[in-house]
Structure formats: structure tokens, C-alpha cells
Design a protein around this ligand. Sequence first.
Ligand code: ADP
Length: 280
Amino acid sequence: MSTLPMLAHLVTPGSKVKLSDYDTRANAGLDKDQGEALLAPLARQIDDLQELLYAADMHSLLVILQGMDTSGKDGTVRAVFRDVSPLGSHVTAFKVPNEEELAHDFLWRVHRAAPRRGQIAIFNRSHYEDVLVVRVHSLVSESIWRQRYQQINDFERLLAENKTIILKFFLHISKEEQEERLIAREQDVTKAWKLAVGDWKERERWDEYMHAYEDVLKRCSSEHAPWHIVPADRKWYRNIAVAQAIINELKPYKEQWLAKLVSVGAEAKAELAAYRAEQA
Ligand code: ADP
């Protein structure tokens, strides 16, 4: 694994992003079998790290997944977190806001879904919809959505300063790949339930969405909450790219989490010894 280059592209804070410069079909010189074989050990490492995150109870992890329809947000969750205990993780899918959510500020529903200490929260779509679909469809005025970039950065800084580790992934598929996936959906009885006319309608605004995503990536990638662009036309590549980036981010915390476990364990043992001495 150490010989593999980083598969997801980290967006340097403040840098201008042109999505067409990023190959959606990247393969890092691997074929499908090789790539698929890499997932199992990565998923196990994520499980190990999650157990430590939980037991140490010092930090939480927030993973945000964004991408066009069919980009594979659900599939990524299923693959990357397949070994993680449901006790330690929670997925929230953000849909069109309901009446109560719309009556609050746009971050209200999001903040409530933020992970508690020791836990992993995965967002399938997120507050970024409020500067993506909302912008593309002019659901609020420009002056309102424009100020949201800063509000999002402030919000994420608040979470980070309160020990939430944040990672954001844009699953980058091509328009052609999306068409293939939408058509495949129609032909698969187990997937046809996902069909929505809206998906085809949104496709017509592809370029506007890419432009809105480019602004998000430029304005909202920060040291404490970086964006990654994930080439996602190949599902196996997408999965290992996301898993690798998560492991890379969590690994440096391992030592302090272990140290905390050792000290908590020592305290518990001392208490037990004192109790036994009393009984003797
Ligand atoms: P999926 O995420 O699998 O596509 P849906 O088909 O239910 O799930 O799509 C959710 C829809 O909710 C998307 O079209 C998305 O743009 C929309 N949505 C999410 N958040 C918001 C928001 N804040 N404002 C408007 N629409 C939103």
C-alpha cells in the first residue's frame, strides 16, 4: 500500500480548480482486479482506526460525500465502511429540506447530524447542496448563497476546533459515465426504483453544476476541512481512493489514542487493585 500514490486529489486551500483538468477515469496503473483486491485491507484498517477513535473518545470524524447523481455516494459508503461497526458510525442523507428545516438557518439540520465524540458521521450530500442545487436553481437570491461559503467555513472551523476531523470528497464522474449509469438503472429491475425524471433534467445543467462545484472546491477547502477530488468513473478506484485518504488522515492520531487507552486502562486497574485490597 505504501507504494501506491495518493489516489484522491487534495485541493490546496484557495487554489483555483478546473474540473475538466481532472481525469475521471484515472486508474493509477492498476487493473480492476488489482484495485478491487486493495479494498479489503483498507476497509479493515478503517475498522481498526474506528475502534481506537471510539475507545479513546477524544475526537470524532465527519466524512462528507458530494457528487452528481449516480456518482456513487451510496456505493462508497457501503464499500469503505463495510467493516465498521454500526455502533460507531451513522449515515445521514440530506434531501430536499422540509418545512421545519427551511424555517431555520441552512446549517441547523446539519449541525444536529454532526458526530459526537468517538463517532463517525457520514454525510450523503450535505450543507454544500445549499451552494450547489440552491445556486443552480436560484432557490435563494445570489446575495444569500454567496455569503454561505464563509458561513460554511466558519461552521467547519467550529467543528474542527471542537475535535472533529473533517474530510470532504467530491466524486468526480464524467457526463458520459452518468448517462451509461442512468441507462443501466433502467435496465436493472433491482435498480429501476432509483429512476427519477429529475436526474435527466439535472443533466441539462451539467456545466452549471461543474461551475458551482469549482467554486465550492476553491472557496471551501481548508487545512482543517480539506476537499478531495476523487476520479469516480471506476468504482473500484473511487472506493480505494476514499479509503486511502481517510486512513492517511487518521493514522497520525493513532499514537495519542493508544496513549489515552493505556492511561485509562491503568487508572481502571489501579481502582480495581484498591478495591481488592479493601476486600482483603
Ligand atoms: P440521492 O442523494 O440518492 O440522489 P434523492 O434522489 O432523494 O437522493 O435526492 C435528494 C435531493 O435532495 C437531491 O436532488 C438534492 O439536490 C436535494 N437536496 C438536498 N439538499 C438540498 C437543499 N438544501 N436544498 C434543496 N435541495 C436539496
